[in-house]
Design a protein around this ligand. Structure first.
Ligand SMILES: Nc1nc2c(c(=O)[nH]1)N[C@H]1C(S)=C(S)[C@@H](COP(=O)(O)OP(=O)(O)OC[C@H]3O[C@@H](n4cnc5c(N)ncnc54)[C@H](O)[C@@H]3O)O[C@H]1N2
Ligand code: MOO
Length: 405
């Protein structure tokens, strides 16, 4: 059994960053930038009015009331290119460029209009309500960096930079193979001793949220032929993730059968709970992550190993450190054995802002309901001393929990 940290670094060491592809901005949400994005334009391209009102020369309205002759009307999208002279003003609207010669906007509420004459009633500081050229950004500036996962604001900013196409990392294709005679897909006919494959769909959902492309290969029965045939569907995928059949029983065939068909095992068994029998290796160009079948083991191991692996493929920061935080432990914890524990826990924030993480009493790795209810995982290092209630404890945030910090 190797330590969790070593297992993760061996997995990450085997990963290559995905090649880049070009996508339209409309398809860029959630994708990871493979190149910096620099602006193709200066925004705003010229000094613009931030209000509906009058463009004036500040000197003309230094003392009020001041009457000026309105010689132009400039809606957004238009311009007036001849310089204004002393004593002149231009009617202007939000988003329209200031005409040359003017430097200040007087909002219309501070004026009276009579035919071609506008009377400015309030003093206005020079430069008021003027958005200088390049206030937001300038041509050639890099505003989004390689590795950024694009959100709605990034999409808006890219559009404003006039960048309709972006280079992003190709989505890694993650083939998902469930195993077990007792496992059936949700909705299928189910016998009295069978179980629904929650793992396949949970893994597919996790892959999708992480930015990968799940490929469901189905369920292999516990025989060599079925496993070999279905696993062949992983050809061309970046990673094959199996669930079940990883342990030591005669029916746990993943390692032995795939071993006869090109699987080279890097390691098997990790000093962690849940997740002990995890397998990692490769089959040709396809990495292989063999997750234990218990639903909680599958999802916890997907959080700790599959998620960083996919992030690394996408050129993102793969470290779990950002997901870690310290909370006060809500219960007494016993001395730990040699496996690093990931305890499903609820999280409560006190009125003083302190966080208390309380591991659930039951920690069986088959219990999906408690996993779904958990806000975080409390980490117990191997051989950790008994921990009294109220002592600080390391926790790992689980993406998508009700209390998402
Ligand atoms: N003698 C030992 N027995 C076991 C050990 C051990 O060290 N010595 N390890 C235990 C641990 S820890 C785990 S975890 C499990 C994992 O074993 P497998 O990966 O071989 O998983 P299976 O035996 O195939 O299934 C375990 C459990 O999970 C259910 N399952 C399987 N696939 C799915 C699925 N797609 N969706 C939902 N549930 C699934 C399956 O029905 C079993 O109940 O081994 C222990 N045994
Ligand atoms: O690793 Mo097993 O996941 O302890 O149930």
């Amino acid at each position: 059994m190797i330590p969790v940290e070593e297992a993760l670094s061996r997995i990450l060491a085997a990963i290559d960053v995905q090649p880049a592809e070009q996508v339209s901005l409309r398809d860029a949400l959630g994708r990871t930038l493979a190149a910096d994005v620099t602006s193709r334009r200066t925004q705003p391209p010229a000094a613009m009015s931030a209000m509906d009102g009058y463009a004036v020369r500040a000197a003309d309205v230094a003392s009020v009331p001041a009457s000026l002759k309105v010689i132009a009307d400039i809606p957004a999208g238009a311009s007036h290119d001849t310089p204004l002279q002393a004593g002149e003003a231009a009617r202007i609207f939000t988003g329209a460029p200031l005409p040359p010669g003017t430097d200040t906007i007087v909002i219309q509420e501070d004026t009276d209009r009579d035919g071609d004459t506008v009377t400015v009633k309030e003093t206005t500081r020079k430069g008021a309500y003027v958005r200088a050229a390049g206030l937001d950004f300038s041509e050639g500036e890099t505003l989004l960096k390689t590795g950024k996962v694009l959100n709605a604001r990034d999409v808006g900013l890219s559009a404003a930079m006039n960048r309709p196409w972006l280079m992003v990392r190709r989505r890694p294709r993650i083939a998902i193979l469930a195993t077990g005679d007792e496992v059936v897909m949700p909705g299928d006919q189910i016998g009295p001793n069978q179980i629904v494959s929650s793992n396949s769909l949970a893994l597919a959902a996790a892959v999708e949220v992480l930015g990968g492309e799940p490929v469901l290969l189905g369920i292999a029965t516990d025989d060599a032929e079925s496993l070999k045939t279905l696993a062949a569907g992983a050809r061309g995928a970046d990673m094959l993730v199996t669930t079940g059949g990883a342990s030591v029983g005669e029916h746990d065939l993943v390692q032995s059968v795939l071993g006869e068909h090109g699987l080279e095992v890097d390691f098997w068994k990790i000093a962690m709970r849940p997740g002990k029998p995890l397998i990692f290796g490769s089959m040709g160009d396809t990495l292989m992550l063999g997750l234990p079948g218990n639903p909680v083991s599958t999802i916890v191991c997907a959080t700790i190993f599959m998620a960083p692996a996919i992030r690394a493929m996408l050129g993102q920061n793969a470290s779990l450190e950002d997901q870690e935080f310290t909370a006060l432990c809500g219960v007494d914890l016993k001395q730990n054995d040699r496996r690093q524990d990931y305890l499903r826990a609820s999280l409560i924030q006190g009125t003083d802002g302190s966080l208390t993480a309380s591991p659930f009493e039951k920690q069986d790795s088959s219990m999906l309901r408690l996993l779904q209810q958990a806000d975080c995982l409390v980490i117990r290092e191997p051989h950790a001393e008994p921990l009294p209630k109220g002592a600080p404890v390391r926790c790992l945030r689980i993406p998508g929990s009700a209390m998402s910090l």
